[in-house]
Design a protein around this ligand. Sequence first.
Ligand SMILES: *Cc1c(COP(=O)(O)O)cnc(C)c1O
Length: 398
Amino acid sequence: MSDLKDRYADAVMNTFGPPAIALARGRGARVWDTDGKEYVDLLGGIAVNALGHAHPALVEAVTTQLQTLGHVSNFFATEPQVRLAERLLELLGWTGEGRVFLSNSGAEANEAALKLTRRTGRTRLVAAEGSFHGRTMGALALTSKAAYREPFAPLPGDVTFVPYDDVAALEAAVDETVAAVVLEPIQGEAGVVVPSPDYLAAAQRIAREHGALLWLDEVQTGIARTGAWFAHQLLDGVEPDVVTLAKGLGGGMPIGATVARGAAATLLQPGNHGTTFGGNPVAAAAALAVLATVEADGLLAAATTQGDRLAALLAGLDGVVAVTGAGLMRGAELDGPYAPHAVAAGRDAGLVVNATGPSRLRFVPPLVITDADLDVVARALPTVLDHARAAHAQETSS
Ligand SMILES: *Cc1c(COP(=O)(O)O)cnc(C)c1O
């Protein structure tokens, strides 16, 4: 394993910091490192591996499509591309009034949406503090974290940040110059931050009053993650104009989607936008397999039941002061800044755990996580947190 990590350091740009584990293979919600050590994967490729690792339906769909027609560019229509657009519109309830732009990542889905908002004739955007919308220049312009933004200034302008879950702040910020209000239904990278139940409906009302679009970034929350196809569907009366998707959509194959309805659906005109790989038949076939398997295997219900079990398990842990989220998107607030130590202790104990902040853990495992997987997690986590607390105490005393 150390050999692979050394080679990584010598060949791969150091944008993430050195990886702690070199992985060799995966199955379901388990992965194995290059030394053969097994882990329960509670990160799922950052909320991507909805079907877990090596799901037969995904392997079959990708293999069959690649053997049939792999890539053709946007000069041609293909069945997987069109079918996927149709399915996404069906799942959103937007058949006939919506249109889909397919791309390759969350940032790209957001770039397309950002360009779409410029075609309204307005340029201002209102986004939330704590938001994460991706790392390309446009997506970064909507992302609030200073450490991500500042090295790349100047970013595309005209973005106003308001505190998340603050209706009055939205009221004050949105006027006739605003093209769109862009929000995550649950903030993911911020550590699974859930707004008040009426926040998105209020945002929608405020946007509509001023002729602005409501754009929900469901890159992380979408595709059954929260127990609904889209997190906004957990709420009554929330009907965005634009939804962006990626992460879970391809189950591990790179794909992004920008979905718009009503007037927003036709803002991008021929020549306005493009991407060579967007609508790639293999990626689209993968996404169709994800959507079909979520339905066939009852993964919407599984996200809820296994998510509730995970939440209860976390809430019962010594050191966890709050559990947030919905379905299989959960945050755990610790009683001290020892989350990075919990990641390390989790690694020792055979758990892939993720920290989004000093005292915040995030859990976004595959939707196929089993009771047996959660049994392992339940047995291991108390010791993991004990060890993490001890490591942190030792670090601060020395
Ligand atoms: C991950 C994420 C993105 C960026 O997606 P990439 O595929 O990494 O470009 C955008 N928005 C949200 C809400 C995300 O969680």
